[in-house]
Design a protein around this ligand. Sequence first.
Ligand code: AMP
Ligand code: MG
Length: 423
Amino acid sequence: MTEDGVMPPDPGGRRRSGPGLSLQDARARLLAHLTPITMVERVGLREALGRVLGEDIVAQTNVPAHTNSAMDGYAVRGTDLPAADEVALRVVGEAFAGHPFAGEVGAGESVRIMTGAVMPRGADTVVIQEDVTEHAGEARIGSGHRLGQHVRKAGEDLARGTQVLNAGRRLTAADLGLVASLGVPEVSVYRRLRVAFFSTGDELRSLGEPLGEGDIYDSNRYTLRGMLTRFGADVLDLGVVGDSREALRAAFERAGANADVVMTSGGVSVGAADFVHDILKEAGEIGFWKVNIKPGHPVAFGRLHGGATFFGVPGNPVSTMVTYYQIVQPALDYLAGAEVRQKLSLRARTSEPLRKAPGRCEFQRGCLEQGEDGELVVRAAAPQGSGILRSMSLANCFIVLPEHSGPVAAGEQVSVEPFAGLI
Ligand code: AMP
Ligand code: MG
């Protein structure tokens, strides 16, 4: 792995700021260096929601298995339906879901049929009961019906031999139903990714501890836990690690021995107490250090000697979340054997001016709604400082302003990524 976007040491031992990779290059570099999980496990369908399918699912049967009625009504031969006036068809039996009619529907005959009941032999059309008057054993049917109406064909949902779901699919509720409709009780899924994380910073206190002067509570471990749990990882919370080389070295060792992925927050920038870069150089290889995004300029990717993938995200709470969603999560998808989720990108009109300097791709936090004219309108969720976590909490989308863009005037069109498509 070659290092790029790395800040070279200056004579004072402090690293200078320099250009980083574009977001696209960073994502491409990540995927080129990662190897997805291959180990699978069998799980019952009830436990499979959100898991990543480790096998292709091919339909071994037709769904539905039999041609059946889509409505309550009368099964008839389409050729008996009148072009004008009425016809009276003798009712020769009944068919219920789970209780087929054993006989055959002949010319001039009909069978009373319920939704889901197998179509009787001879019948090819259903006339809904609202359009029929039954009297003295005869069904009276008028004109205006179509041959083949209200019939669900065998295999019209899933035909035998169809590839229903591909390996790499993150199973949704609909997918579970689809697999169940095939009669399949369990599936192979990739084992969960194990992600260890810790926060770095002498000022950080865990919940329950008193705050000394200048201390703050560690919120990043809670956002990270939330995002990683949503993602479907097995999380290993290693707590707060102080700003010392020895403590960091030990934490890296412990995390790397117990996880596929190690994530840290804080300590990745150019301050005198930012040791993550130095320790990572000892403990592994660095893939990149800086990406041209805001927030989140310094964001580290690498591999520890033991094989674990490493991400160091900046400590500012908004930067932590933005770099996780924009850089870490696509990589986790890939590592987990999943299709990398495509982010839904929409165009919206900004209702207010947006501050922006050319140079970095910005992910501002926005509130997206539909304006009175039906057009999508977005505004800033809150002040945009990278320490203002409330902006993430209030927002429902990122406003994505590309590297080259300068300030945006009110009324201009911008790209937005709704969180709903992201998480
Ligand atoms: P750093 O990335 O370590 O330079 O930290 C940048 C800013 O984020 C500082 O103001 C830190 O106090 C703050 N910060 C770092 N880690 C956390 C955390 N885990 N929770 C909340 N704030 C943090
Ligand atoms: Mg720090």
